[in-house]
Design a protein. Structure first.
Length: 318
């Protein structure tokens, strides 16, 4: 069987996706790649290749060398950092995707594309955001996500490339930290709650956004790529969500386990402005109907698991 390539494998999603893919298909079937050099001792156990996806020949070389049949293309800048460096965001998010699609076309690979709730904008309905609706984002991140969805659909209809994608909400995880996203507070808060029983939040207390725990996200990616193509009416990309909450509500949940935990707010205008244009809760019924999507973690279960796993990890590290 042909191998599976993950780009951006050292990032927040990649780190856990590589492990989930190895568990499902075997260690020697997964090639982890990233533009960063893996820190010694922290490299995923799979085959690792240094690869810059803005350099087309490097992707060709890895795909050819390892006989790759499926690509999970995760390398991209997140929303807040993309707003700081829009030119680099365009070049990485679009250039990297275009190159990867070209390689997928020429080597007959399936391709997974991570879109985002950032693909929506201020004119999108914010509650129960439909699968098919207005997509006029006002951030560079959002522009690259909408353009990415369209480009993936184009490669599917024009060239028959098996492209599939998900519009991820904020992802919460305890392995690798996120970097430069608007929803990062929902991860940082757990580290600070365990270490200091205090957190200063960069979003307003009432900023409601969709979220998901990483085990659900990695399962969703693999399930979508394995789904019967005959059932898929949509491809790029499916709305999915597991929970939707505000910082205020998350604090309430954390306080059930750490009653002395306190929060204050120092709102970052850039990230708040981004959050204010994103859905408060998306409708993921298309994903439920077309490939049986169903999350396992709600807010209570995710909070309990995050606190348990992170407390163990931070105690060992101390
Ligand atoms: C971000 O905040 O940029 C990401 C996302 C929701 O796409 N986590």
């Amino acid at each position: 069987m042909r191998r599976i390539l993950v780009t951006g494998a050292l990032g927040q999603i990649g780190t856990e996706l590589v492990e989930a893919l190895q568990a499902r298909y075997g260690e020697d079937r997964v090639i982890a790649t990233d533009v960063r050099m893996a820190p010694p001792g922290e490299s995923p156990r799979s085959l690792y290749a240094h690869m810059d996806c803005t350099q087309l020949p490097q992707i060709f070389e890895v795909v050819r060398r390892y006989d790759v049949g499926t690509i999970y293309h995760l390398a991209s800048l997140l929303s807040a950092v993309a707003e700081e460096r829009p030119q680099i965001a365009w070049s990485l998010n679009m250039g990297g995707l275009y190159n990867t699609l070209e390689v997928a076309r020429q080597y007959d690979c399936a391709l997974f594309f991570p879109s985002s709730i950032g693909a929506f904008g201020p004119t999108t309905p914010r509650d129960g955001t439909p699968q098919d609706t207005v997509q006029r984002p006002t951030t560079m991140y959002g522009v690259t996500k909408v353009a990415g969805e369209l480009l993936c659909d184009y490669y599917a209809t024009r060239f028959g490339v098996d492209t599939r994608g998900l519009r991820f909400p904020g992802l919460i995880s305890n392995t690798a930290p996120p970097g430069g996203g608007t929803t990062d507070y929902a991860v940082d808060i757990f580290y600070q709650a365990i270490r200091y029983r205090h957190y200063t939040c960069f979003l307003r207390a009432d900023s409601c956004l969709d979220m998901m725990y990483m085990p659900d996200a990695t399962r969703a990616m693999i399930d979508l790529m394995e789904a019967d193509p005959g059932r898929l009416k949509h491809r790029n990309s499916f709305n999915i969500t597991a929970m939707s909450f505000t910082p205020e509500r998350l604090v309430e949940e954390i306080c059930k386990h750490l009653p002395e935990f306190r929060i204050d707010y120092e709102v970052d205008p850039v990230r708040q402005a981004i959050a204010d244009t994103w859905p408060r809760s998306v409708d993921d019924s298309a994903a439920r109907q077309e490939w049986d999507w169903a999350p396992e973690y709600d807010l209570a279960r995710m909070t309990e698991d995050m606190l348990a796993k992170l407390s163990a990890k931070l105690t060992t590290a101390a």
